[in-house]
Design a protein around this ligand. Structure first.
Ligand SMILES: C[S@@+](CC[C@H](N)C(=O)[O-])C[C@H]1O[C@@H](n2cnc3c(N)ncnc32)[C@H](O)[C@@H]1O
Length: 295
């Protein structure tokens, strides 16, 4: 019990001192993931499509004959920009991401006129003098303080502009936090820094709506969903998490991840076994917002 208390006190101290998985760690993680991120896109891209709605975009954004100015925020390997280019909407796209390796996969987009920017997204928002008709942000909310992010989205969005967001929501990756904490508790000397991403997950539709309304944006569309993936082994489940980037940064919790990996697999096999398989859920929420909403 004393050992457990000591461990949690130490973790709280680290969080207070901001010795946590940080920007540099997420960047390094996504650089590692760039070659396998397509696994995520192949399975989950169809949900991202719900925020790329050419018809709705054209209805809401009156831009005369000018191309629509789009910001693909935390663009990753460019799924959203690529979809927009395939649509019939004339647009001028700026795509920003922190990871140079993810951006390398976007080289084809650069040849099609997309302005690729390698930068921390928040730094970009705070310094740009551009204004956008449309901001799209796929699967990147937890890496930012949502209040600061939406405030800055508001600043760079034109008056009648539209924002589309899809993000993991609270309850996603059920029991994974518990599994990591258990292994961390058992190996306190192997822990380098904790990760406090869970605070940044919206609580489903209601939570995302609240976050946006606080900044003066109201939903045109709002939905939530869940997808469950099953694997034959605990190791395959952990590989999926690592290859798709859904637990980006989590390797950096430990001084030597390879030493700890077996213990993570053991805990996954104990806690994630369900009906002959090892399953993991991805809970998510998506919405399209503007300053007026549906009414
Ligand atoms: C899950 S991927 C999403 C990629 C893409 N939006 C999509 O829908 O497929 C998350 C992306 O956020 C980027 N990212 C994380 N933190 C960031 C930051 N501070 N600034 C810019 N991009 C960041 C990562 O590099 C990664 O490419």
């Amino acid at each position: 019990m004393i050992k457990k208390c000591k461990f949690y006190m130490n973790m709280i101290c680290k969080i207070v001192k901001k010795e946590v998985v940080d920007l540099a760690d997420y960047k390094a993680s996504y650089n590692d993931v760039a070659g396998t991120y397509e696994y995520w896109v192949e399975e989950m891209g169809r949900f991202t499509d719900h925020i790329i709605k050419p018809q709705l975009i054209c209805e809401k954004i009156d831009n005369g004959n000018e191309p629509i100015k789009v910001l693909d925020f935390a663009c990753g390997t460019g799924y959203i920009s690529r979809k927009l280019l395939l649509s019939s909407i004339p647009c001028e796209i700026t795509a920003v991401d922190l990871s140079e390796k993810m951006l390398e996969v976007c080289n084809d987009l650069s040849l099609q006129g997309v302005n690729l920017i390698h930068m921390d997204g928040m730094t970009f928002l705070e310094n740009t003098t551009e204004q956008y008709d449309l901001i799209l942000c796929g699967w990147a909310l937890p890496y930012f303080s949502h209040e600061k992010l939406f405030k800055n989205f508001g600043r760079v969005l034109k008056k009648d502009g539209v924002i589309g967001v899809i993000a993991n929501s609270r309850g996603t990756l059920d029991k994974m936090e518990k599994i990591f904490l258990k292994v961390m508790e058992k190996n306190p000397h192997e822990v380098s820094k904790p990760m406090n991403i869970a605070f940044n997950l919206p609580n489903g539709e209601k939570g995302l709506k609240q976050w946006f309304e606080k900044q003066g944006f109201y939903p045109l569309e709002l939905h939530e969903g869940e997808r469950v993936f099953s694997f034959d082994t605990g190791e395959a489940l952990l590989d999926w998490l690592n290859q798709t980037g859904v637990m980006a940064g989590s390797k950096m919790i430990f001084k030597d991840y390879d030493q700890i990996k077996e213990q993570l697999i053991e805990e996954i096999e104990k806690l994630k076994y369900d009906d002959g398989k090892y399953s993991i859920n991805h809970k998510f929420v998506y919405g399209i917002f503007n300053s007026r909403g549906t009414t």
